[in-house]
Design a protein. Structure first.
Length: 168
């Protein structure tokens, strides 16, 4: 092997290695940004705040929530779903039991178990644990949620949701 072939091979290997580390750093930054966004979403206090900080405003945005209908599609339907929530709950608080974020720097998803507490408008305490999956993409350089799926495990024998599901 000649010196020029060795030099070309060494430069190519160095470039691949540098690109690999750069891609990992980019994905790590994206993971941190998505994690921060998830916490901002959990601490939102209004539908307007939640939509502006967290959600894509395109017609493609959709939420599969725990209340009917089966799907809230489009920014108005998603906003109205969240607005209904905030109008019917006092002192909402969300804590992450766990949060896992995966991204390649362009697309991402976050899956979590969340513990929610609050008070209903009629004064009853609310306490539930549920699952959330968010699918995200970049919009004008910022991560935005394009789709959310919220669910509870269901006891198939009774057909009832398990609001306090514990890990196995």
């Amino acid at each position: 092997m000649g010196k020029s072939s060795l030099l070309a091979g060494t430069l190519a290997a160095a470039a691949i290695l540098a690109w690999s580390f750069g891609a990992r750093a980019y994905a790590a930054d994206a993971k941190a940004e998505i994690t921060d966004l998830e916490h901002q979403c959990a601490s939102a206090t209004s539908a307007d705040e939640l939509m502006s900080k967290c959600y894509d405003s395109s017609n493609e945005v959709a939420v599969y929530d725990i209340t009917p209908p089966r799907e809230f599609a489009g920014p108005k339907a998603v906003h109205d779903d969240f607005d209904n929530f905030f109008k019917n709950v006092k002192n909402p608080k969300v804590e992450f039991v766990n949060l896992h974020v995966y991204t390649d720097g362009k697309l991402g998803f976050a899956r979590s178990i969340q513990h929610f507490t609050g008070t209903s408008n009629d004064g009853k305490p609310m306490d539930m644990i549920f699952r959330v999956t968010d699918c995200l993409h970049k919009v004008k350089g910022k991560w935005k949620i394009l789709h959310t799926h919220v669910s509870f495990p269901v006891d198939l024998a009774t057909g009832q949701a398990d609001f306090q599901a514990k890990p196995q």
